[in-house]
Design a protein around this ligand. Structure first.
Ligand code: 8GT
Ligand code: MG
Length: 343
């Protein structure tokens, strides 16, 4: 019989685990060994993702999942992934890359989800075990019910890998023109409006200008402001300074979809994990003109911090456009920058 690999929690990341904190027997759950699972976000050329429905009688039954299964003793995650995808949906992996790793304690089971993005495969994906399957456009993923542990996977899939942060601009028009140039030149999908010099009222006016602009209709706009103002502006996404992050009591106060935060230290990352933020930026990676005098984290320390964080991490600080590939090798989900794209 196949023996799944068990991992000790001590050597693994912080768990995203609100339920375990609020029920009895917490320490038991936290000490429980994690079942190592390899799962795949499989994408086709049209930007659809392949989902399967978990049978009702299985753990987390009736919910949608990314196909995969338990890593067996002596197997690497990649080998387990290839085996499970062949067994469950009849495809052979040609190309894959790590996406995100998530430890999670359910009341009855603890899992360590080792998630890969499968970008190339052979065969026609189908449900070989009688399970319901379907290709789903990425934009519709949010309407499917997944196991609770999957939230960071969804965020990692839904968030673009490059985030443009605006520098301080003289006028709303200059800002708009700068964004238009950067988006056109670099094909970016995600913009953070950060204008610390503005009052809340001025910032709100700039936001409305941006929200109404045609070029922003298909882009994700993140507002770097308070949660209260973001809610008032019905923002889809808000980004908190580290100070605001440390002062926030719970995630639910934000009514939009993506809550992100600036992190510079392990303590701030811990708070982002505890609050179940949807993503974080981690900075400064390198020396940067915009924050002179701030000691950079460097690639080694950043790598350690990323590996401890079960949330999508976007590295920031002195990044160049070409650094994206390097960012991936660190296990981060993407990069954020001003200068790399703003000209
Ligand atoms: N495959 C998969 N498992 C997930 C996801 N999210 C999640 O919490 N899990 C949990 O991870 C574990 C994976 O187990 P599995 O049932 O797929 O394992 P398996 O294919 O080896 O099945 P088997 O136990 O019937 O042999 C389950 O406890 C499941 O609830 C997901 O997106 N995909
Ligand atoms: Mg499975």
């Amino acid at each position: 019989m196949a023996v799944p690999v068990l991992l000790t929690t001590a050597s693994q990341k912080k768990c995203l685990n609100p339920d375990a904190r609020s029920i009895e027997g917490v320490s038991q759950e936290r000490n429980r060994k994690l079942i190592h699972v390899a799962a795949a976000v499989i994408e086709d050329a049209k930007g659809n993702v392949f989902l399967a429905k978990r049978p009702d009688d299985k753990h987390q039954g009736g919910l949608w999942e990314f196909p995969g299964g338990k890593v067996e003793s002596g197997e690497s995650s990649e080998t387990a992934l290839a085996r499970e995808l062949d067994e469950e949906i009849g495809i052979q992996v040609v190309q894959s890359e790590p996406l995100i790793q998530i430890p999670y304690h359910y009341p009855d089971k603890s899992v360590f989800l080792d998630v890969f993005r499968v970008t190339e495969f052979a065969g026609k994906a189908r449900g070989r075990e009688g399970q319901e399957v379907r290709w789903v456009p990425i934009s519709e993923l949010d309407s499917y019910a997944f196991p609770a542990a999957n939230k960071p996977i969804l965020n990692a899939v839904l968030l673009p890998e490059r985030l443009l942060i605006t520098p301080s601009c003289e006028t709303a028009l200059a800002c708009l023109q700068g964004i238009e140039t950067a988006l056109g030149k670099h094909d970016l999908q995600w913009v953070m409006l950060r204008q610390k010099q503005l009052t809340a009222t001025q910032f709100a006016r700039w936001v409305v200008t941006l929200q109404n602009h045609k070029m922003m209709q298909s882009k994700l706009l993140t507002l770097n402001c308070s949660v209260a103002l973001a809610n008032e502006l019905q923002a889809e996404s808000v980004h908190l300074s580290s100070e605001r992050l440390m002062a926030l009591s719970h995630r639910e106060v934000f009514t939009g979809r993506f809550l992100g935060a600036s992190c510079h230290t392990q303590e701030e990352l811990n708070q982002a994990v505890a609050l179940q933020c949807d993503y974080v930026t981690l900075s400064p990676l390198n020396n940067t003109d915009t924050h002179p005098g701030t000691e950079p984290l460097g690639w080694e320390a950043a790598k350690m911090m990323v590996s401890e964080t079960p949330l999508p991490v976007f590295l920031l600080g002195g990044m160049k456009a070409v650094d994206l590939a390097l960012v991936r090798t660190l296990g981060a989900q993407g990069m954020a920058a001003i200068n790399a794209w703003w000209t």
